[in-house]
Write a protein that binds this ligand. Structure first.
Ligand code: DSN
Length: 420
């Protein structure tokens, strides 16, 4: 059952409580390989479920528009101080509701509508808010995009430099949602300096790896850093802006009053707890294990003939191009879900198929590593993925059910925070 228990919810709203219990059980029984998901600790769950949700606190600590901030100010200050210490930055804003609003705050703080901005194209592995055309950031700004090399699947820094020199963007975003390789922050910083752009590092996917020392830090290279708090960082759903002193005031003003009203104080408390957890030596071990697991899984998949974008991974994330397996990403992902393996279908660079029916799947190891699975279990995961993909191609539902049963059997031995 859900941990902490939900007896009041069960009494007050059994229908909803049943759904919550169902989701907790689902998370316990599935190999959760969505690269942007994790399991937060029970302490984080408790913090986010407190009376802090009752309080309005527009403004910042010491300068609010509502009375009664004796404890909220201290909670937000704790989160800010922990973020600054963990990442070694001058300034932290912990109020942004999630990754997209955090990125929007950067635009509002540092650019004007119509300005040229630059980011990685969505199909290459960037994020919608890095200027992709269907996003407000692609509609309200003159967005130019860079991608990856066709032969290596890696960011083409020559192209980044060429586009930056030609277009002179005000902002350059690096980072994304489907980049399996180390982001070269010093190289991006050199290009940004050359063209007079502010470098923004979106480390949403890798924040926990950066905090745990398993990926180089953008600090000292990017003037502004944005991140969600719920991926490898293993906190509640939220986001943070980190920056040098020069950009602090503009970013704060953009978040409030520019874009948002009251911060979600229960989330701020959960972020504070997660940041404390991420500062422990055990978190560095976790971050290293996430990468070791991803590399072991990547190797085991390649042994089974899977074609990985960029030929492998340096971080928590693997992008598989399923073209050679003769199945699209969507039917494969749906079959794997039925087999107890949860991941998402994803475009691959230069994908000839449509985004809603692309050629690839994306997977990652943050959640299974939290669960306690190690490199020894990765060949088993690769075997299940292989069998599920083959079964999907053959339309063999009984083979899929067999994998799901094996998944449930293995996972029963691995505790999950949030489930007792
Ligand atoms: N939705 C996030 C992800 O899955 O990577 C990015 O915003």
């Amino acid at each position: 059952m859900h941990e902490p228990g939900i007896p009041h919810l069960t009494a007050a709203d059994p229908e909803l409580a049943t759904l919550v219990e169902g989701e907790a059980k689902r998370q316990f029984e599935k190999v959760r390989l969505i690269a942007s998901e994790n399991y937060v600790s029970t302490a984080v769950l408790e913090a986010t479920g407190t009376v802090l949700t009752n309080k309005y606190s527009e403004g910042y600590a010491g300068k609010r528009y509502y009375e009664g901030q004796q404890f909220i100010d201290q909670i937000e200050t704790l989160a800010v101080d922990r973020a600054k210490a963990l990442f070694g930055v001058d300034h932290a804003n912990v109020q942004t509701y999630s990754g997209s609003p955090a990125n929007l705050a950067v635009y509002l703080a540092l650019a004007n509508p119509g300005d040229t901005v630059m980011g990685m194209g969505l199909p290459a592995g960037g994020h919608l808010t890095h200027g992709w055309n269907v996003s407000a950031t692609g509609k309200w700004f003159r967005a130019v995009q860079y991608g990856v090399r066709k032969d290596t699947g890696r960011i083409d820094l020559d192209e980044v430099r060429e586009v930056a020199r030609a277009e002179r963007p005000k902002l350059i975003f690096c980072g994304g949602t489907a980049i399996p390789r180390t982001i070269d922050f010093p190289a991006f910083a050199e290009i940004a300096r050359e063209v007079g752009a502010v470098l923004v590092a979106d480390i949403a996917h890798i924040a926990g790896l950066v905090a745990g020392g398993a990926h180089p830090s953008p600090v000292g290279h990017a003037q502004v850093i944005t991140t969600t708090t719920h991926k490898t960082l293993r906190g509640p759903r939220g986001a943070m802006l980190l920056s040098d002193a020069e950009h602090a005031k503009a970013l704060d003003k953009a978040v409030f009053p520019g874009l948002q009203g009251g911060p979600h104080n229960h989330t701020t408390a959960g972020i504070a707890v997660a940041l404390r957890e991420a500062a422990q030596p055990s978190f560095a071990e976790y971050a290293a294990a996430v990468v070791a697991n991803a590399q072991a899984l990547a190797g085991a998949l390649q042994e089974r003939g899977f074609d990985l974008v960029s030929g492998g991974t340096d971080n928590h994330l693997i992008l598989i191009d399923l073209t050679s397996k003769g199945i699209g990403g969507k039917p494969a992902a749906q079959a794997m879900d039925r087999a107890g393996i949860e991941l998402n279908y994803n475009t691959v660079p230069f994908d000839p198929r449509k985004p809603f029916d692309p050629s690839g799947v994306r997977l990652g190891t943050p959640a299974v590593t939290t669960r306690g699975l190690g490199v020894d279990q990765m060949p088993q995961l690769a075997d299940w993925i292989d069998r599920a993909v083959q079964a999907a191609s053959a339309g063999d539902e009984s083979a899929i059910e067999k994998v799901a049963a094996e998944v449930r059997d293995l996972l029963a031995a691995y505790p999950m925070p949030g489930w007792a």
